[in-house]
Design a protein around this ligand. Structure first.
Ligand code: DQA
Length: 152
């Protein structure tokens, strides 16, 4: 069975394409999923790709993915507020890469704080849809370093 990477997306990311394209670009979430799936598949990884605007659902999905090869997490606005997501990341073994399409540090000051970053393996932001592909690449490299990664 191939190792699995999970990509979890938070609130309003289902609106990509129509949502503030000057900030987030024109790509839809379906397009980002297709790119990430191709990138993971080329490297022998399966991909689970999900979006929810509900904090508790994201917590449940983090737990479900807790023993996978890794998790790419764009928690959207919950990045800046959620102790529940912070604790969920702490509660699992899988490495988590925090991603953002936009460069959050070049935006409003409330976006400069991340509840996820202190417990993430790393953070990638500001590269638009490429942020996701770079995060998958990082987890593939980590999985390789761990002799094929974990399953599940
Ligand atoms: C975002 C940045 C967040 O500040 C914002 O709330 C989002 C999207 C990004 O991908 O750039 O919803 O996570």
């Amino acid at each position: 069975m191939a190792p699995v990477i999970h990509i979890l997306n938070g609130p309003s990311l289902d609106r990509l394409g129509a949502r503030e394209p000057a900030i987030y670009g024109g790509a839809t979430l379906a397009h980002i999923e297709a790119e990430a799936r191709a990138s993971a598949g080329d490297r022998g990884f399966d991909l689970v790709f999900r979006q929810s605007s509900h904090e508790g659902t994201l917590v449940d999905w983090l737990h479900e993915a807790g023993n996978s090869a890794g998790i790419v997490l764009n928690a959207g606005a919950y990045t800046h507020t959620s102790v529940a997501l912070h604790d969920a990341v702490r509660a699992i073994a899988a490495p988590v890469v925090e991603v953002h399409l936009s460069n959050v540090f070049a935006r409003e000051s409330f976006r400069h704080v991340s509840m996820i970053a202190p417990v993430a393996r790393g953070v990638i932001c500001g590269f638009g849809e490429l942020s996701y592909v770079l995060a998958v690449e990082a987890l593939v490299a980590l999985g390789g370093a761990r002799a094929g990664g974990q399953h599940g």
